[in-house]
Design a protein around this ligand. Structure first.
Ligand SMILES: [Zn+2]
Ligand SMILES: [Zn+2]
Length: 649
């Protein structure tokens, strides 16, 4: 008998195989010959009609794994269509690798199977009523947003809703945006539940991944804490999904298969008819709109732990000076007062390295990347100039027009530069940089411990520090250059700033001491700062939503970006124009562009963008997918499709 088998490759349809096994059914995992190798695939539900007459090969064997369930198969098919990704590539996300996934050695899973021992925590009134709301009617799909200022105990609320599901014999999935630094969270989890959750992200070893994959498929692992890709894992009996920090933009996977993991989590829950909790201090614009429309349930926590107040904010207006200093006397006076009180200080500047702009005073040449249309960033500690897009590296030396060395000047602040300034002003204080360059896997637990125990007086950090850490002594934050953030050109910049401010201020004053966030502005951006810092983010979101509606921006219209990428500048341009012409002819929606991408060149490749805008309920993906597939692709020009884009560079 003939059977369709979907394989983890770039094809959008299953391949036909034959078998004598009459019992093979939809969702079974099978091993099949493919070319000169074998592959693991899944028995699918429809044959590919247009498949050519190849000799049909025989399925090698069926694997001993519980088969994929129909609701999950439907989710994968929907995902493929919505994000315009070939079905085989979606299956690849699920199978994670081509290695055999079969395993009957469950001994190694034991580390996740300690006794369940739920801790009895005393809940505040607010928490109690929130828990009641969340767990009522949780037998079917429903989105519940748990909103609360940082430090208000949102985690305990969703732990409780997860606890109920575990008691009922279900598995749970908790998604976190930055999973590299989760050891604090893992400890909290284990203290509450009495057992260990499995952890899933890109740097988990292959061996461990295999154990976790099988443990989930066989229902031996109860809870998984995971990054975006955990959404595709084979839970035997998934009962609830929790998306913590749902507003976080890193839920958007923007390389390889492009998708928004928060949105996809909601549809996975919907296909499986299970509840999903979205958790945030300030919901994303999309979530806010759905709460307003009554599509999502909503409960809110206002009180912080220990009744801690949210930090005050103060604006420090600065006049530009020629001294090239970024921390000025007014700020230093404020910081001194905090230091006397033994407060920990954070200087926030969202840029790695020393300076983003390196120019020679004599020949006026700027250090730019040879592969990308961006400036190189000077990293003083590594003694090089570095491209943050393609990782191109070079020494700082360069021969000038007069045959001597170039004489460089640096402009703009990065964390290393602020670090130096801080060290000059406070030479006897311990200062530490908190960025992805310093916080590697090896030394970050040690630094984080030192911060928690107040062994570090002053931190200089990028937005990495805004991600959910609990630093009890941090009571003073200086936003070094708010003007930089406010100058963003992208349509989501206001929302991003709002999120960032609330994340940052949530780091301060967590142990109940008074805390302040200071904003240094050179451009008198006082009004914009006041809007950001309004203690009720609804005002901001409401206003932002109005602007989006007026201009027909998402979430009121659907955007789909098509980026054309190739080494031959002329050919990329020509093809962009051709594609635009074809899309305009065949689609009923607006097609804008092509325009040169804001970052015109990355890694020696030139980039053009086309933007498609359509009215919301119309799903144009299917049509567009076929159009793009039939569009004669020119050699060496890549088409990248981004549905619901959040960056436009
Ligand atoms: Zn580069
Ligand atoms: Zn020069």
């Amino acid at each position: 008998m003939k059977i369709p088998v979907l394989l983890p490759n770039i094809f959008n349809y299953p391949f036909t195989y034959k078998t004598n096994n009459e019992n093979l059914k939809l969702g079974d995992y099978v091993e099949v010959p493919f070319g000169k190798t074998t592959k693991i695939g899944v028995v699918w539900n429809k044959f590919e009609k247009s498949e050519k007459n190849f000799t049909i090969k025989k399925i090698n064997k069926k694997l001993k794994i519980p088969s994929l369930k129909e609701d999950f198969i439907k989710f994968l098919e929907w995902f493929s269509e919505y994000n315009m990704v070939p079905l085989g590539m979606v299956l690849k996300l699920h199978l994670t690798s081509n290695e055999a996934i079969e395993s009957d050695n469950f001994n190694q899973i034991n580390e996740y199977n300690n006794k369940i021992n739920f801790k009895n925590v005393k809940l505040s009134k607010e928490q109690k009523s929130s828990v009641e709301k969340v767990i009522s009617k949780d037998k079917q799909f429903r989105v519940h947003v748990i909103q609360g200022v940082t430090g208000s105990g949102k985690t305990i609320v969703y732990f409780k809703s997860l606890e109920k599901k575990i008691r009922e014999g279900f598995q749970g999935l908790i998604m976190l945006p930055e999973i590299g630094l989760t050891s604090e969270f893992e400890k909290k989890f284990e203290q509450f539940f009495g057992f260990k959750a499995a952890i899933w992200h890109s740097s988990v070893s292959k061996k461990k991944k295999k154990i976790i994959w099988n443990g989930l498929a066989n229902g031996k692992i109860k809870v998984l804490i995971g990054a975006r890709s955990s959404l595709f894992l084979p839970f035997l009996k998934l009962g609830i999904i929790i998306v913590d920090e749902e507003h976080d933009q890193s839920y958007k996977q923007d390389e390889g298969v492009i998708y928004n993991a928060r949105d996809m989590a909601i549809s996975r829950a919907s296909f499986s008819n299970i509840p999903i909790n979205l958790v945030s201090a300030v919901p994303s614009i999309e979530t806010f709109e759905n709460i307003k429309k009554g599509k999502y349930y909503h409960s809110r926590l206002y009180k912080r732990y220990l009744n801690a107040k949210l930090p005050n904010h103060e604006i420090i207006n600065l006049k530009s000076t020629n001294k090239n200093l970024w921390i000025l006397s007014q700020t230093i006076e404020k910081v001194k007062k905090h230091l006397i009180r033994k407060d920990q200080i954070l200087f926030f500047v969202n840029r790695r390295g020393f300076a983003p702009f390196v120019m020679c005073k004599k020949c006026l040449k700027v250090h730019t990347c040879p592969n990308c249309s961006v400036n190189l960033v000077y990293h003083k500690r590594k003694q090089n100039v570095l491209c943050h897009y393609c990782n191109y590296k070079n020494v700082l030396d360069r021969k000038c027009t007069d045959k001597t060395n170039c004489d460089f000047t640096f402009s703009g602040p990065g964390v290393e530069r602020i670090y130096e300034e801080v060290k000059n002003v406070f030479p006897d204080k311990s200062v530490e940089i908190f960025s992805s360059d310093t916080m590697n896997k090896k030394n970050s637990p040690e630094i984080i411990n030192k911060i928690i125990n107040n062994k570090i007086d002053i931190l200089v950090g990028t937005q990495l520090i805004s991600k959910g850490f609990h630093f009890p002594h941090l009571n003073c934050i200086i936003v070094v250059d708010i003007d930089l953030a406010l100058n963003g050109y992208d349509l989501r910049a206001p929302e991003k700033n709002l999120q960032l401010y609330h994340q940052l201020s949530g780091r301060a004053g967590r142990a109940g001491n008074p805390a302040t966030v200071y904003f240094q502005t050179f451009k008198n951006n006082n009004e914009a700062i006041s809007k950001l810092t309004n203690s009720d983010p609804e005002v901001f979101l409401e206003n932002e939503l109005k602007i989006r509606e007026k201009n027909s921006l998402p979430p009121f219209e659907r955007f789909i970006s098509i980026i054309l990428i190739g080494q031959n500048e002329k050919k990329v341009e020509e093809l962009s124009l051709k594609l635009k012409e074809k899309l305009t002819r065949k689609l009923t929606c607006k097609v804008l562009g092509p325009v040169i991408a804001p970052i015109y060149k990355i890694n020696k490749n030139f980039r053009y963008r086309i933007l498609i805008r359509s009215k919301k309920p119309n799903k144009i993906q299917k049509n567009l997918f076929d159009l793009l597939n039939n569009f004669k692709k020119q050699n060496k020009i890549k088409l990248v499709v981004d549905v619901d884009p959040i960056t436009f560079n």
